[in-house]
Ligand binder design. Structure first.
Ligand code: SF4
Length: 380
């Protein structure tokens, strides 16, 4: 397990070859940008000044589409991290990739650069679903991408989206069966949600269904959980399933409330210095991010110290997403008060919370209604 004061490093590469209609991430249509690469490497030095010496337990290249980066560019960022902090020998170094950008020699370059985990956004193996989702790959490409990824990287994760309009339970089970037979050791299964301001939201406003109704989606979630846990995957977070020792160490840093440095346009970070927890957001556009780094040596646009209550609430909200839950003593130390015992008892009696000594976790049923559970705990 990573040390509590170890640091996770997130690198946001904001470019995509095309913009998907359901996406609400900070993305721009473009493929390469040398100036942005340099800015990100410079930003590492800015973060090092704030954090002091730290051990880095993970680096995660996310986006956008970081698999548009060359192997040399990825190596340059990893080198900059190693130069400014201590990169642990067993650090998880992961990159997200699209099947459409699959490139054997590039992926081998990533592996040589130090990438030891690849996360592939397959979403579905059904061509009709991929068309509806606006993806530029087909099911065959997704399968080929997994075959190549598992041949190169020691740990492979894939993303599945369920709950798209027209999906039946048989179609869902077909997707899961292919995912399970691919050899990937980690599966993230996300429910399709319609985010405000996206092309999907506008289509739904016009009466064109893009997602199934919430009852059907809840049934799909139960089916996903049953199938994957039945196949030996641990359901360690609301949407994440892993074979033993393949949990995402990087994402666990978020959920366990540890520190993470966020580089790249729009990246968020959390840093604890002298007992204060700071929340950062980088400049949103690549141009503004680069300009800020040239002027101030950091890409951070906003930096605020979280109040004790905000820190404690974040710890609770993130911690109840994972199987291990939270430490009640740590919540009390952060918030200066205990969680209400009567609410914990009532939610435990309803089968939504599990309490074991100092740990409080959401049960599988509780994770399905997590917003309501956390709201009751905080308002109770
Ligand atoms: S590839 Fe991913 S990040 Fe890029 S637009 Fe599509 S969903 Fe968003």
């Amino acid at each position: 397990m990573a040390k509590p004061d170890s640091l996770a490093v997130y690198v946001h590469w904001p470019y995509c070859a095309r913009i998907c209609p359901y996406c609400d991430f900070n993305v721009y249509k473009q493929r390469e940008d040398d100036r942005l690469l340099k800015a990100i490497c410079d930003d590492v030095a800015g973060w090092r000044q704030m954090s002091g010496p730290r051990q880095v337990s993970s680096i995660h290249f996310g986006g956008g589409t970081p698999s548009l980066m060359s192997g040399d560019d990825v190596a340059a960022v990893i080198k900059s991290v190693s130069k400014h902090w201590t990169l642990l020998p067993d650090a998880e170094i992961a990159i997200e990739a699209n099947p459409q950008d699959m490139d054997k020699s590039r992926w081998e370059d990533y592996q040589c650069a130090g990438i030891n985990r690849l996360s592939l956004g397959v979403q579905s193996f059904h061509d009709a679903a991929l068309t509806l989702l606006g993806r530029d790959h087909d099911g065959a490409k997704g399968r080929a991408g997994l075959e190549l990824a598992t041949a190169i990287f020691p740990s492979v994760s894939l993303d599945i989206i369920f709950g798209w309009a027209g999906q039946s339970e048989d179609m869902l089970q077909e997707d899961l069966a292919i995912a399970l037979s691919s050899g990937a050791q980690h599966i993230s299964a996300y429910q399709l949600t319609i985010e405000e301001g996206t092309a999907f939201a506008k289509a739904e406003d016009r009466g064109q269904r893009r997602a199934v109704n919430s009852d059907k989606s809840a049934g799909f979630y139960e089916a996903v959980t049953k199938t994957l846990t039945g196949a030996g995957f641990e359901h360690y977070e609301v949407s994440n399933f892993a074979k033993p020792s393949h949990r995402s160490r990087h994402n666990l840093a978020y959920w366990q409330g540890r520190d993470y440095a966020g580089m790249g346009p729009g990246a968020h970070g959390r840093l604890t210095v002298n007992g204060a927890r700071m929340a950062s957001v980088a400049e949103l556009t690549p141009a503004a991010y680069q300009a800020r780094i040239s002027e101030r040596g950091t890409g951070i646009a906003e930096l605020e110290t979280l109040s004790a209550l905000d820190w404690a609430e974040e710890y609770l909200l993130m911690g109840l997403r994972i199987e291990e839950g939270i430490s009640l003593a740590r919540f009390k130390a952060l918030a200066g008060r205990e969680l209400p015992q009567d609410v914990i008892t009532a939610l435990a009696n309803d089968g939504l919370l599990i309490r074991r000594n100092d740990r409080l976790a959401a049960s599988p049923a509780g994770r399905m209604v997590l917003n309501s559970v956390t709201e009751q705990l905080l308002l109770g």
